[in-house]
Design a protein around this ligand. Structure first.
Ligand SMILES: NC(=O)c1ccc[n+]([C@@H]2O[C@H](COP(=O)([O-])OP(=O)(O)OC[C@H]3O[C@@H](n4cnc5c(N)ncnc54)[C@H](O)[C@@H]3O)[C@@H](O)[C@H]2O)c1
Length: 380
């Protein structure tokens, strides 16, 4: 491989943020672009000095080392499999896939190719998530037994194309878009969901053609016995908060900001006042712990914010490049990608049975005939 990793980028709206990050991170160059909107590809290619391809297969036949898949969600799995089969590394937008069958195909393709597959779950790379993870790993919350994640984002403007027809977002997805909420929680506590019970608030309220749920609610149990709750809402008119998280442990707790001047906060038994019935504990600013726990993060260069979600895309792309150069395994490999994605697929099955719990399988065992219990011993 050249000193510079050559990237092909697929899907040039979200994909533009990866194009910008490549120059901020260094060691990577975008040489090939593909979008079904060919004029859009050509304009972007002219600006970059890259090649615009008329088909995905042509891009895969070029000399790129890695492909960033930022096309609409229904294409992720099949485009990732095709790239791996063509011998390319893959960084795929979320979610990883929409069905269990596609998930199995993805695992098979990753194993057969020996190439790097990573999920671009950028919220796991947020500074706040990293700070809470390091507090967790330092034992500051004690034994964590409960976590919450919420993605509240009024996306109704994105339901319609220029001709007034429904876009892929308006047509809805298979599987709950839960990776931004669940991924960071699982990253912080290093765990995996074993069962999910979910409800859907029915859709069709704002436009009868848009029937995807107005809100998805998931309650989950993990291998380590944590209870997790996730709420995903792309529909409701309200102020946005796409990165709300909370954790509760035996010796501390954390809650992200809610709005109206609120800030993210912690209470830690070993540092703050005691929690008593007559003298309740108080919140303290999470930010006060940043210099001690994430000094490396605070030194990110100014260009690191070009991705659109703080510095998260910068750290994510650095991790991916390190994996491609075989310096470190990818943080969110295909198994973790599916740990974050499969509960959202199982949630739809649970919703169809009014919340009956559905077991979430461990993809590490697929094709190996190992029972889940045995795998759980070896995974963590
Ligand atoms: N991680 C994040 O924070 C984040 C943010 C935004 C979007 N996303 C994800 O990125 C993906 C794209 O989102 P978006 O907002 O750019 O969507 P979009 O619909 O606004 O744009 C999609 C782009 O892909 C092109 N396209 C459509 N079908 C294609 C195909 N088969 N192959 C190649 N290109 C194709 C379209 O012409 C368009 O340029 C989605 O999966 C979305 O969930 C993630």
């Amino acid at each position: 491989m050249n000193d510079q990793v050559r990237f092909g980028v697929v899907g040039l709206r979200r994909g533009q943020s990866f194009v910008r990050m490549c120059s901020a991170v260094g060691g990577a160059r975008v040489t090939a672009l593909y979008d079904v909107d060919l004029p859009r590809s050509r304009r972007a290619a002219a600006e970059l000095g890259a090649s615009a391809f008329g088909s995905y297969d042509e891009l895969l036949s070029s000399d790129v080392d890695a492909v960033v898949i930022a096309s609409p969600l229904p294409y992720h799995a099949r485009q990732a499999v095709a790239a791996l089969e063509a011998g390319k590394h893959v960084l795929s937008e979320v979610t990883a896939c929409q069905t269990t069958e596609d998930a199995r195909e993805l695992v098979r393709a990753v194993r057969a190719s020996g190439k790097v597959y990573a999920l671009a779950e950028n919220y796991t790379y947020l500074d706040e998530v990293e700070l809470v993870k390091r507090l967790h790993d330092d034992g500051r919350f004690g034994d964590v037994y409960y976590g919450e994640g919420e993605y509240l984002h009024d996306c109704r403007d994105l339901w319609y194309g220029e001709d007034g027809g429904l876009t892929w977002r308006g047509m809805g997805q298979l599987g709950v878009y839960c990776t931004h909420s669940l991924g960071p929680l699982l990253y912080i506590v290093e765990d995996r969901v074993v069962s999910v019970s979910a409800l859907a608030v029915p859709g069709g309220r704002f436009d009868p053609r848009v029937t995807c749920p107005t809100m998805d609610l998931m309650q989950m149990v993990t291998v380590r016995g944590l209870t997790l709750r996730v709420r995903v809402d792309h529909v409701s008119p309200r102020p946005h908060q796409m990165a709300y998280y909370a954790l509760q442990g035996t010796r501390g707790c954390y809650e992200a900001w809610r709005g109206l001047g609120d800030e993210s906060k912690v209470w830690l038994e070993d540092e703050h006042e005691p929690s008593r019935f007559h003298a309740p504990a108080r919140w303290h600013p999470l930010a006060a712990l940043a210099r001690r726990y994430i000094p490396d993060r605070l030194e990110a260069p100014p260009g690191a914010r070009a991705g659109g979600h703080g510095t998260s895309e910068y750290w994510m792309l650095r991790d991916f490049l390190a994996a491609v150069r075989e310096e470190a395994p990818p943080r969110i490999d295909v198994y973790r990608a599916l740990d974050y994605t499969l509960p959202g697929i199982c949630a739809v099955e649970s919703q169809s049975m009014e919340g009956m719990p559905v077991r979430v399988s461990d993809p590490r065992g697929w094709g190996h005939d190992l029972p889940d219990e045995q795998l759980q011993e070896s995974c963590w």
